[in-house]
Design a protein around this ligand. Structure first.
Ligand code: SF4
Length: 357
């Protein structure tokens, strides 16, 4: 995939576009006026690997809460504004690192200009966040309407010499989302925040987001991502990391390659894979942002039998190909040991720790 280069903007200390790594965003689900609850959730998200956090600003009290929240967190904070441009002004005054405006509900030019004036003064970017659920011009296809609405909005910002812009064009339909981003990407140099909106509960939401976001990233489109799930926002961050890792765009630590098992498998492979996964996660959580240092990124294969087992185990940095109550361990392509089922986890972990010595 060849990356389509876009203009670079900065949200706090995170760079977006212009060759920067694709960053991970999420949004709190707490009432922003509940300052301790919101801080708690942001800290959990930060620990799981979130890099930019967005909070809903539905009234003046929420806009004021930004100041106290920002004092206690490390992530750049984005204020999500709808309907009332004055909330954007208050959010900026209280320290928001970026503002999201929705062209569907803040569209009067004089109001937009007020926000742009202050964002320019405080040197913070604006996301033009079009959404198929709140688009005003419903005449064309959802994708075309969102693109037109974003481009018209950008023109207002550019007329004020404001270019710290990022754009999103989210639909609940995966196909409309992909169409909109592709269309926009051909017409504009601004970086893109990718997401499929209202993607659904965790299992379906992850599938829709992975297809929508993944297809675009494969085409070199997209500079920051948010997976939207009806569920724990930590799941959004984990899903985002998995999408980026699967596309080999970012590296968040060891990858487990394990087979689904079938009638040929004669060990409890599920338990072996789960034990390895939880031990590696525990190791990862001790690292900042749950990211492994590069030296600890590797592939580990956990395979059920001799059909594909030796092949995958040899290809990985470390692997096990199981047989009847036993397994053979491969390290960097070489068979090093045969072990009993009860010792597989212990032996694999022991060999992982010496992998980079
Ligand atoms: S590796 Fe063996 S046990 Fe695993 S799915 Fe393939 S055939 Fe079945």
């Amino acid at each position: 995939m060849e990356k389509i280069m876009k203009r670079q903007i900065k949200v706090g200390n995170i760079k977006i576009g212009g060759g920067a790594p694709v960053s991970i965003q999420s949004m709190t689900k707490t009432d922003t006026r509940d300052i301790p609850g919101t801080i708690r959730q942001i800290k959990e998200l930060e620990k799981s690997g979130c890099e930019i956090i967005r909070v809903a600003i539905k009234d003046l009290e929420a806009a004021r809460a930004i100041k106290a929240i920002k004092r206690k967190i490390n992530l750049p904070l984005v204020a999500d504004i709808h309907f009332d441009y004055r909330l954007a002004l208050r959010a900026i005054e209280n320290g928001a690192d970026k503002i999201r405006l929705n062209p569907g509900n803040i569209y009067k030019e004089d109001e937009i200009k007020e926000v742009v004036k202050l964002a320019k003064k405080r040197k913070i970017p604006i996301r033009v966040g079009a959404n198929s659920g709140s688009i005003r011009d419903k005449g064309k296809s959802a994708a075309e309407s969102m693109v037109k609405s974003a481009i018209d909005y950008i023109k207002i910002l550019e007329r004020m010499d404001f270019y710290d812009i990022i754009v999103s064009l989210k639909a609940s339909s995966v196909l409309s989302t992909i169409e909109a981003y592709k269309l926009f990407s051909k017409k504009s140099k601004y970086p893109l925040h990718l997401g499929v909106t209202a993607a659904g509960p965790v299992s379906t939401g992850i599938v829709k987001s992975s297809i929508g976001i993944g297809a675009l990233l494969l085409d070199g489109i997209g500079d920051t991502i948010r997976v939207s799930l009806t569920g724990d926002p930590v799941e959004e961050v984990i899903a985002a990391k998995n999408i980026l890792q699967a596309l080999e765009l970012r590296n968040f630590g060891p990858e487990i390659i394990s087979c689904p098992t079938c009638g040929r498998c004669q060990v409890d492979l599920q338990s072996i894979a789960e034990q390895i996964s939880s031990r590696l996660k525990a190791q990862g959580s001790r690292e900042k942002y749950n990211l492994f240092p590069r030296a600890l990124s590797f592939k580990i294969a956990v395979m059920g039998c001799e059909v594909n087992g030796p092949g995958e185990a040899k290809e990985a940095d470390i692997g096990i190909a199981c047989g009847k109550g036993t397994g053979v361990i491969f390290k960097k392509g070489k068979l090093i040991k045969r072990v009993k089922e009860k010792d597989i986890v212990k032996e694999l972990l022991k060999n992982i720790t010496t992998l980079h010595l």
